[in-house]
Design a protein around this ligand. Structure first.
Ligand code: XMP
Length: 507
């Protein structure tokens, strides 16, 4: 990319949102923790300082020496704005009441940052401290009824501060304000599009891989699929995708995925390893023990298959940006790296070099790349599915009989969602098998069979989720069909827990 904006993270809950808003303007941006600034290069067109749960008046509050970059325009948001103001001799004090929610701004002075923003425009406030005494280094450009300094400019620099949050959609003209910053102040052109990303990535992948072979563990999910198609566009058949049937996939999924990917021109090897997974899971009940057994078996099989591929020097992974963003922990100033769900352990064990072409993208950007690569919608819109598969949806021991029951029940639930046009409105759905039995009556006979749970959630990123409000008519149809058709189930329940405090998966 030719231009980028850096976002300095002080631990705000909204930092990722700032990145999303900037990227929506077709400007590439990166998030970095305040204490780990990357190398400066001439692609950096602007720096944004995020908000924070800290007060700038605390001794141990996060700091960042923005004065080191006199040529680069800077925008401070909330805490970021207060940090800048404090450096320019203003006083920051705790307000009598925390200001939280919508406010109307008045414009006090014409400025590039608030160009074309109307008087009384609604903004989103969320702060305890305010800038109270303003030094002569700053000029106030906007106020609200409650705060004198809603926005300011540092007179002799291209530095701006906003007390409100332009990244939150409640700030009605927030995107316009961020556009003013990135385009008018930083001089960005907005040339970071899906097409451009694809073209540059293909060139980069070609240069990196040359004639080497690269292997990729295909899961059937969005990220690994898009990574596969992108790499395939660069190196064709030098990409070998390995799709492992761990026997823990949905009904017919192995056959369906394998067929559809081959039809789309990917070089895919299918490996039937059901029995190895089943025997590794035998007798295991604890969720973590089950996960570890699956992870290890996967590594063994992948290693065994990769040895069969001559000249394989690279391992491709569908890692995406949220998996690797170093975010500042609000509990302490040290930088923590989120662990991610990719199959752990693969790289170190196999001496393969890693290539992760999607590791700068958010999930919806991955989907957009997928659309530009003409990947069919049914692949791109597939619900997330956990790596350990149905094993973590069968509570207790995983047996073939339980897998079969769960696959049938899950198939009915998911097909019904598709049939009723509900599938794409739901972020993730599935069925959970409970290792308990309850009494029922079917015809004239008493039954004593298993319970399954329907789980459907709405979410943006899986970090938080709410249960989907499916209609009672729909639930009743699904329940009847499962009990009538799936031998071994006589009771269906619906999970109405949100995350937090529950999680999406039961194990
Ligand atoms: P939880 O259960 O933590 O799940 O609310 C959040 C999202 O992550 C998925 N998930 C996994 N994905 N390997 C994966 O690839 C895993 O071990 C794993 N555990 C949970 C889950 O399906 C949901 O989308």
């Amino acid at each position: 990319m030719e231009e980028k904006i850096l976002i300095i993270d002080f631990g705000s809950q909204y930092t990722q949102l700032i990145a999303r808003r900037i990227r929506e303007l077709n400007v590439y941006c990166e998030i970095h923790p305040f204490n780990a600034f990357p190398k400066v290069d001439n692609k950096i067109k602007g720096i944004i300082l995020s908000g924070s749960p800290y007060s700038v008046n605390n001794n141990d509050s996060p700091n960042f020496n923005f004065l080191k970059f006199p040529e680069i325009p800077i925008l401070g948001i909330c805490y970021g704005a207060q940090l800048i103001a404090k450096k320019f001799n203003c006083k920051i004090s705790q307000s009598n009441t925390r200001e939280y929610g919508r406010a109307k701004i008045s414009i006090r002075k014409k400025s590039k940052i608030l160009n074309n923003i109307k008087l009384d425009s609604i903004v989103w406030m969320s702060h305890g401290d305010s800038i109270t005494d303003v030094s002569s280094d700053l000029e106030i450009i906007s106020s609200t009824n409650d705060v004198n300094v809603a926005a300011y400019k540092v007179k002799k620099h291209k530095i701006y501060g906003l007390q409100f949050h332009p990244e939150v959609t409640h700030t009605v003209h927030g995107s316009k304000i961020l556009k003013n910053f990135t385009f008018s102040i930083c001089g960005c052109k907005g040339s970071w599009t899906s097409k451009k990303f694809i073209n540059t990535s293909i060139l980069e992948i070609k240069n990196k891989l040359k004639n080497d072979k690269v292997i990729l563990g295909l899961s059937g999910g969005v990220d690994s699929s898009v990574a596969a198609f992108l790499i395939n566009s660069a190196v064709g058949d030098n990409l070998v995708c390995v799709f492992v049937d761990n026997g823990l996939l949905r009904k017919n999924e192995y056959e369906n995925v394998l067929r559809s990917y081959k039809n789309l021109g990917l070089n895919v090897i299918g490996v039937n390893a059901k029995n190895k997974f089943y025997s590794s899971l035998k007798g295991k009940i604890d969720p973590e023990v089950k996960r570890k057994a699956i992870g290890k078996t996967f590594i063994d099989i992948f290693e065994q298959e990769s040895k069969k591929i001559k000249n394989a020097k690279w391992l491709a992974q569908g890692t995406i940006y949220p998996d690797i963003i170093e975010s500042v922990s609000v509990k302490g100033p040290s930088a923590t790296i989120k662990s991610h769900h990719n199959v752990g352990g693969l790289p170190k064990k196999m001496n393969l070099k890693i290539i992760e072409p999607l590791n700068t993208l958010f999930k919806d950007e991955v989907r957009k790349i997928g659309i530009s690569l003409n990947i069919p919608k049914n692949i791109l819109n597939r619900h997330p599915f956990p790596g350990p598969g149905l094993a973590i949806r069968i509570l207790g021991e995983v047996t073939e009989k339980r897998i079969k029951i769960l696959q049938e029940a899950d198939h009915i639930f998911i097909s019904s969602l598709i049939k009723e046009n509900l599938y794409n409105d739901i972020w993730q759905a599935g069925v959970i098998f409970l290792p308990i039995k309850s009494v029922g009556v079917m015809g004239d006979e008493r039954t004593y069979e298993n319970v399954v749970v329907l789980r459907a959630v709405n979410s943006l990123d899986g970090m938080t989720a709410d249960w989907s409000k499916l209609s009672s008519d729909f639930l009743s149809k699904v329940s009847n069909e499962i009990i009538n058709k799936v031998r071994g189930v006589n009771r269906v329940v619906f999970d109405i827990s949100s995350k937090p405090p529950a999680t999406i998966e039961w194990e």
